[in-house]
Design a protein around this ligand. Structure first.
Ligand SMILES: [Fe+2]
Length: 326
């Protein structure tokens, strides 16, 4: 058994199983207690760079205690991107994990999988010739009135090389802006739209033939939605840049000539190497990120291999969680 089951199996454990798990994971537990973690057997490996962490010592296929769910949520808020290697998870397990973070989100341009209206597949066939999906930097569905809080992505078929996901820390990007520029953009609203990708004439529109991923383009993609360029995170209170090259198409109240120099400067700034964490995938790995403070982008390099991941977006906050007053 894995020690992570202690929280979930609880009353189902025999005394022998409990003691065996404690002995087998003594170092992890001591390490956790030293760090004052509420769930001592959870091992957290911070990733190189400014953010991101891998969490092990827990079995997400089990029912997790309130204490464990709370700890997972806290680690996710702290590290912005968390990966859980070596998890054998069903679709039901993924849905249950999503509920730790909030409500199911809306996926306006993806077909869901059968019997699971909130689960989509990110897939690419070994011989597929279409442009790589989601290669430009973006925050998921930032053109919605309420963009997703989080995205869960679970690796089912992962090629032996390539396919890393890049993440860019937008707290760090905001904090590194020159003070005068920071003040200038803090009063502005970005205009977001899905048109470049999901309109009939978009990248994934009528002319996009041969794609195995179930994308559903629509004129709805021409709609626009404004969000503050410098957005206060409702749970951490920190300010993050909330524009992205994928979906931000202008600045409210400014002409194209006025807005593009500002946006281009922001796009260049926010994806600098100093802010990036490069995530390497393995099969059976769940990755969860906070769309309110990171951007992400797909990379290729796995031609000749099938790739398949399950995806859920999450919106809002879990029941009983209060947003910070702004
Ligand atoms: Fe994405």
């Amino acid at each position: 058994m894995r020690v992570g089951q202690l929280t979930s199996s609880g009353p189902g454990l025999t005394r022998y199983q409990f003691v065996t798990a404690l002995v087998a994971n003594g170092d992890a537990i001591r390490d956790g207690l030293k760090k004052g973690k509420a769930v001592p057997f959870m091992q957290i490996k911070e990733q190189p760079g400014a953010f991101g962490a891998l969490i092990s010592g827990i079995d997400l296929s089990q029912n997790l205690s309130a204490e464990t769910r709370s700890e997972l949520r806290e680690q996710w808020l702290r590290h912005q991107v968390v990966g859980f290697p070596d998890q054998k998870l069903s679709v039901y397990d993924l849905e249950r994990f999503a509920e730790i973070l909030g409500d199911f989100g809306e996926d306006p341009f993806f077909e869901s999988i059968k019997d699971h209206p909130h689960v989509a597949e990110v897939r690419r066939a070994a011989d597929e010739q279409t442009p790589l999906f989601a290669e430009s930097w973006h925050s998921d569905w930032s053109f919605l009135q309420t963009p997703p809080t989080a995205t869960l992505l679970f690796g089912e078929m992962i090629p032996p090389h390539g396919g890393d996901t890049l993440f860019a820390n937008q707290y760090a990007a905001f904090e590194a802006l020159e003070p005068s520029f920071k003040a200038q953009i803090s009063a502005l609203q970005g205009i977001h739209s899905a048109a470049r990708g999901y309109a009939p004439d978009g990248l994934y529109g009528e002319a996009d033939e041969g794609r195995t991923m179930a994308i559903r383009y629509s004129p709805e993609a021409y709609k626009t939605q404004c969000h503050p360029i410098a957005k206060v995170h409702p749970e951490t209170g920190r300010t993050a840049l909330f524009v992205n090259p994928g979906y931000t198409v202008g600045i409210e109240g400014l002409s194209e000539d006025e807005s593009w120099p500002i946006l281009m400067r922001l796009f260049e700034h926010q994806t600098q190497q100093d802010f990036i964490y490069r995530h390497h995938w393995d099969a059976d790995m769940l990755v969860v990120w906070d769309n309110r403070c990171v951007l992400h982008a797909a990379t290729g390099g796995y031609d000749g291999y099938d790739r398949l991941l399950k995806r859920i977006t999450v919106t809002g906050l879990p029941e009983g969680t209060q947003a910070l007053s702004q």
